[in-house]
Structure formats: structure tokens, C-alpha cells
Design a protein around this ligand. Structure first.
Ligand SMILES: [Zn+2]
Length: 237
């Protein structure tokens, strides 16, 4: 069974939107995490959320390490973005778009980042800003910059991602993420992409290569197929 560690970013008090009343990143992402866990369950994908309650706030290290500890195949940290403040202390609220960071420890990670980013951007109605990696420092270019990604990868889960779901400084993005129904739809779309990534959401057409009245003959044929490099199994019918 596949397993995903879902990390709703921050805590229940961070980060407040300057444009949409009552939007707090740590609250809305906690809700999104719950919906994502439910949506993954529909595909028989297990999950564990890093924050055990809304007010829980584990360290970045503990959040990442949980993925290795519980044997996850995938780690996703859920966020909404904010640009740096302008000279006058305000934000450019016109900046929008989703971006997905992935662990630089496995270059195959980019495919899922692209899929997730494009699907989320289509749902939220903005342009995808792209799939990115970020290096820790010049001395450590092989370390991931983000603590949760770095620790997930080090703990054994290299398929580690951090998703910025638009900008909570942008009125349109924050308004979208304020709606429970939108969060549910977003979670369902993300779960579908993840299930397809695991191969769980796809219809499989299997090919039978033999039928025997004697179990031993079936097992012998299975061994032969495996020796030829096929993934084989015996089914009683
Ligand atoms: Zn964040």
C-alpha cells in the first residue's frame, strides 16, 4: 500500500492574508490536508498528517523526518505564497500563480511537480510559475533549501515536495482558498494526480499467459515468466 505524509505548513496563526479577511495560511492548509487525506483514501492510499491538531506545530525537522519514520512513498508540504515586501512595507498584491518545489536529491521528482503544478493552477485559474529546486547554500549545493524537503529526503523519502498554492497576498488566490468547497475540489484533483503517479488511479489491462489445471504447473510457468523479466502472479479462477 502506498503512503503519503501530508504537511500543512506553519501553525494556526501564520500567515495572515493582507487582502482577504480571516485568511490564515496555517488554517486553510490544515483544512486542505484533511481533504487531501480523505481524497487519497478513495484511491486506497494511506496518509499521515504532520500536525495532529490545528494548533499543533512540529519543527520542520520533525515534519520531514516523519515521512521516513512511517515509510512514506511521498511527502507533500502544503502552503500558500507571499512575495517579499515592497520598500513601503506593503505587498504587490497582483502577483499570482502556483509553484512547486521538489527535492534535488532525485531528478525524477520533476514530473510529479509539473503534473501537480499544472492541475492546481488550472483549478485556481492562474498561470503555473513552474517546478523548481532550491539549493541550501553555495557550500552545500546538494542539500535542499527547505527544511521539510531536506529532512524528508534525508529520512529516506526522496519524493519530497513543497507546494505554494498561489499567493495569499493576491485577493483572487486567497478568496479561492477561503472556500471549503474549493479546497475539497483542489484536494480531489491533487489526489488524482498522486494516484496516477503511483499507478493506482489507472485502469490496468492485464495479459494472461497461461491456464493450468495443476497448481505446480502454474507455479513453474510463473517462475519461467519471472526469469524472463516479467512481473507474474498466479490467480485461482
Ligand atoms: Zn508557507
Amino acid at each position: 500500500m502506498y503512503k503519503v505524509t501530508i504537511d500543512p505548513g506553519h501553525d494556526h496563526q501564520s500567515n495572515v492574508s493582507p487582502t482577504v479577511k480571516n485568511y490564515t495560511e496555517g488554517v486553510q492548509m490544515y483544512k486542505l490536508a484533511g481533504y487531501l487525506a480523505l481524497a487519497l483514501k478513495e484511491y486506497d492510499i494511506e496518509s499521515e498528517i504532520t500536525r495532529k491538531s490545528l494548533k499543533d506545530c512540529p519543527t520542520l525537522e520533525d515534519r520531514g523526518k516523519l515521512a521516513g519514520k512511517n515509510g512514506s512513498n511521498l511527502f507533500v508540504s502544503l502552503h500558500s505564497n507571499a512575495p517579499g515586501k515592497k520598500k513601503d512595507g506593503t505587498y504587490d498584491t497582483s502577483i499570482t500563480g502556483t509553484c512547486v518545489y521538489y527535492s534535488l536529491t532525485d531528478e525524477d521528482n520533476k514530473d510529479l511537480a509539473d503534473e501537480l503544478g499544472n492541475v492546481i493552477s488550472a483549478k485556481m485559474g492562474h498561470n503555473y510559475r513552474g517546478s523548481k529546486t532550491k539549493e541550501y547554500s553555495e557550500e552545500h549545493p546538494d542539500w535542499d533549501y527547505y527544511g521539510v524537503i531536506r529532512n524528508a529526503a534525508r529520512s529516506g523519502c526522496k519524493a519530497a515536495y513543497l507546494i505554494e498554492h498561489g499567493f495569499h497576498t493576491c485577493p483572487k488566490d486567497a478568496a479561492y482558498l477561503m472556500s471549503d468547497s474549493n479546497l475539497r475540489q483542489l484536494a480531489q484533483a491533487e489526489a488524482k494526480v498522486i494516484a496516477e503517479y503511483f499507478g493506482a488511479g489507472k485502469t490496468l489491462y492485464r495479459v494472461q499467459i497461461g491456464a493450468f489445471s495443476n497448481r505446480q504447473n502454474a507455479e513453474a510457468y510463473k517462475k519461467k515468466a519471472e526469469a524472463d523479466g516479467y512481473q507474474a502472479f498466479v490467480v485461482e479462477a
